[in-house]
Write a protein of this length. Sequence first.
Length: 255
Amino acid sequence: MTGNAPSAGAAPAIDPAAIDALLPQTQCTRCGEPDCAAYAQAIAAGAPIDRCPPGGAEGIRRLARLTGQPERPLDPAHGLEGPRRVAWVDEAACIGCTLCLQACPVDCIVGAPRRMHTVVETDCTGCELCVPACPVDCIHLDVVTPGRSGWDAWSPAQAQAARQRHAARLRRLAPARDRRAAGKPAPTVLAPAGRVPAGDLGPAGAAAGPATAPAATAAAALTVPGADGPGVPSAAAKAAAVAAALARARARRGA
């Protein structure tokens, strides 16, 4: 027997893909991992199976059968099991900042800078990550499976579709992520006539060249996640966009 052989009585390794197949693919991060695939990897390495509120008690039962871990109640530190909810955008309050588009793990929000956004309800996993991303609290959640929760409110087909959309998003974002990891600048993008590229914005969001409205300039620097385009905006550009959008929203509401 070689030194790499498993010891007698050791539990066989579990393929993380088999674990991932039992997760609901909401990509909600409530388990403490960045996505469902990462939680599957963690479970394969010995992490508890009780950290997935969207899967609920039935999800824990399925994971227990596969992993051999004891079945246990859902850990309330990671959330509670409940009916599935989907997001919707209050059109009257939306300022078009695109921050929710950047937060959605399955690219189910459609919109463009300074334009009203909308959620594709059939693709929404109810992850709720878009809610805290909205600077004007215009995203709300509606229960769509009253009286049903966990896998009783979510099908394997829906989970597979969500997995595919999340994988497509990761592929789309990979070039920008690789550029950042390599310390390379984002590609230069020509701004529309009358606008100033994000790199020309001063620390307070003021343009170094011909002036345009701050909200329009800041919004132009944002990336729309649902389509190929410029690299991920800098933290300064995001902060300027949010500040300008909030100012515009307050002015519109007479605050």
